[in-house]
Design a protein around this ligand. Sequence first.
Ligand SMILES: Nc1ncnc2c1ncn2[C@@H]1O[C@H](COP(=O)(O)OS(=O)(=O)O)[C@@H](OP(=O)(O)O)[C@H]1O
Ligand SMILES: [Mg+2]
Length: 361
Amino acid sequence: MAANDTAHPYAAETQIAIAAVRRACVLTASVFNKLVKQETLTKDDKSPVTVGDFAAQAVINTILDRTFPDDPIVGEEDATDLRIESGRALRDRIVELANDTLSADLQPGEKEEWGLGPNHGRTVDQLLDAIDRGNYDGGRTGRMWTLDPIDGTKGFLRGEQYAVCLALLVDARVELGVIGCPNLPVAASNPSGPRGCIFVAVRGQGAYQLLLDNPLGGERTKLTIPTFTAESLNFLESVEKAHAKLSFNERVSQILGVTRAPTRIDSQAKYCALARGDGGVYLRMPVGSGYKEKIWDHAAGSILVEEAGGVISDGRGEPLDFSLGRTLGENYGIVACGKDVHPKVIAAVKQAKAEEAQSQL
Ligand SMILES: Nc1ncnc2c1ncn2[C@@H]1O[C@H](COP(=O)(O)OS(=O)(=O)O)[C@@H](OP(=O)(O)O)[C@H]1O
Ligand SMILES: [Mg+2]
């Protein structure tokens, strides 16, 4: 993968996606610094994340729309609540923030004609329409983007991990994934060191980590999932107990003989950590609430894992099916890890499921 090389398939899409995700990361980081840190919030006040979510989706969709106007987008947010009178105050903050971000100075590698840079302010209606470009229902054929403007909303509010996640799918196969992680340490070995990474993977071209500050001109690290022994393997899992069955993970790790404690990280930053070898297995099994995983929560992460040499499937070993609309409707859980470990994890998941069924008799 060469971000600046237009001879590669998806070279233009890659550059636009990196520029769009980077802008959204700058926006969300500034929302955190201005609103989450400084505003007096009640514990359950989600308004900063709401402002950040909508404004980031407006910015990314505006940038995508400018270069790829025919591409549909499956985005997490829609602007219905912003179009009514009671949404006016929120809408005004979002419009101001999105326009500030869209009109900020160009970075090296970003181009004026991509719709970035000074004098590209948008009207309220243009920005609401940009948010609603994310209303596509998904499907089996053609190109489509998936977008999660702030994945890991709880992590965002805690000042921990969250991710801006963008992927391009063609005929329901992920071809490009870009994930921005503003709070992720550049090196896991130096957790208090510099933070802010962008992860990029293009089908057949590998997976890379770039620096959020200087994604097109700075250092690029090729990512490969290392080989793990049972002793060195650890699990990457959700922080929120309602999102994955962590007791099940514990049993699977016992069956595998894992000795290291799990690492809990919010959002698709788990896929990024896996791709660069910070942990050996991302396991996410449903809690049984009937929740269906959303395609924007896994598309970008899945190609990152595959291009780093790993495998991703559901908990039964079946490939993820991105063709069924906005959810992974037919899949059951997620298992992502290195190729050598994958069959063992699937076998351990099946054993743990069988034990669970037995105990419920
Ligand atoms: N019930 C349930 N089960 C499974 N997954 C759910 C559920 N509810 C939400 N979500 C989705 O989880 C996304 C957050 O990602 P994680 O679970 O990996 O991170 S976290 O530890 O919860 O922060 C989160 O993404 P964001 O909403 O973008 O934060 C949701 O898409
Ligand atoms: Mg999400």
